[in-house]
Write a protein that binds this ligand. Structure first.
Ligand SMILES: Cc1ncc(COP(=O)(O)O)c(C=O)c1O
Length: 356
């Protein structure tokens, strides 16, 4: 059972897939870069393209070094395992991917306790909540070691000041700080700052190349050399040591060079989609590259079927359906989606008025 794969399967004529930015496929330029990549055995430390990618991501984020992972889940997990030991505790925002969607790997494999922190719709974890969750020195409690933040969170770019205050509260209590930066470049674009500023208050950042940046696979964990040495060992133990991985690292390098600057286009399209939905009478909000559409009660199935008929795939059933803009959604595809949604909501409104 895979909650993410229920929609959009077997629909040959989909022209606009809004389910996720993980759905991007490598463009011709990226494929050419992959084909031309110089490779070696990366477990032997001999793949020059992987080394270039690790260095490039670390440099962009202002950190000492990096390690290339197959996925963001493994990169986050290796970070937690590197910062914490068995019986330690990590404080994680309640809506963060590490808590909700990574199968509790840190607890299962590392014996690490996960303590959820409440966070508002703006993704902010108040400094007071961090301080209040750190356990006192007492044999009844685990040892609180790490604070995990996420930016963007549910598409929302968490302001630098709020991130800094939470991180400072953690540091003040002797904690290390990790950032799940799966979409950290979207956060920087949304905040209008350099990505290095988003990474500045934390020790380690996991950056995904396979979301808005459009690479088929891969994440890079960055931080200082001592913690990354541990993470490299964890990667091997978790089965993530890859051999001629330069082929996929080349896609990551291409993504860094060619797709970071275009993320603002996805954000603008998300804004346009949300505005068009509101114009059609729907309730919708947007945050960076995501739109959250409130589905009228009991109408998800009808909306899904209508949009599929229009050639548009939408996210799975929820009170607010997530619509994600990404490199493979062009202006033309967006117009198809807008026309489909507008027709649905105009008809729905007419129905509502008739039944009143
Ligand atoms: C915020 C966040 N962190 C981590 C991940 C995990 O990435 P992966 O799917 O590469 O394991 C995701 C995946 O969607 C994510 O959205």
């Amino acid at each position: 059972m895979n909650a993410y794969a229920t929609m959009g399967r077997g629909t040959a004529a989909i022209v606009c897939d809004l389910r996720s930015d993980t759905l991007t496929t490598p463009c011709d330029g990226m494929r050419a870069a992959m084909a031309a990549a110089k490779v070696g055995d990366d477990v032997y430390g001999e793949d020059p393209t992987v080394a270039r990618l690790e260095g490039a991501v670390a440099e962009r984020l202002g950190k000492e070094t990096g390690v290339f992972f197959p996925t963001g889940t493994q990169s986050n997990l290796a970070a937690l395992l590197s910062h914490c030991g068995r019986g330690d505790e990590v404080l994680v925002g309640e809506r963060q991917h590490i808590r909700t969607s990574e199968a509790a790997g840190a607890s299962v494999l590392g014996g690490i306790a996960i303590w959820p922190l409440a966070q508002g719709a703006d993704g902010v974890i108040p400094a007071e909540a961090v301080r209040g969750a750190v356990k006192p020195e007492d044999t009844h409690y685990p040892v609180t070691r790490l604070l995990c933040l996420e930016n963007t969170l549910g598409g929302v770019a968490v302001p630098l000041a709020a991130m800094g205050e939470a991180a400072e509260a953690g540091r003040g209590a002797g904690l290390a700080v990790h950032l799940d930066g799966a979409r950290v470049f979207n956060a920087a674009a949304g905040l209008g700052c350099d990505v290095e500023q988003v990474a500045a208050p934390v020790d380690t950042v996991s950056v995904c190349l396979s979301k808005g940046l459009g690479a088929p696979v891969g994440s890079v964990l960055v931080g200082d050399a001592a913690i990354l040495e541990k993470a490299r060992r964890w990667r091997k133990m978790l089965g993530g040591g890859m051999r001629q991985a330069g082929v996929v690292a080349a896609a990551g390098l291409y993504a860094l060079e060619h797709t970071v600057d275009r993320l603002a286009e996805d954000h603008a399209r998300a804004e346009r989609l949300a505005a068009a939905l509101r114009e059609a009478g729907a309730t919708a909000r947007h945050a960076t590259n995501m739109v959250f559409l409130t589905v009228p009660e009991g109408r998800y199935g009808a909306l899904h079927d209508h949009m599929t008929g229009c050639g548009v795939s939408i996210g799975g059933e929820a009170e607010e359906v997530r619509l994600v803009l990404h490199r493979d959604v062009s202006d033309a595809a967006l117009e198809v989606a807008i026309a489909g949604f507008s027709e649905f909501f105009r008809k729905s409104l007419k129905l509502t008025f008739r039944t009143q």
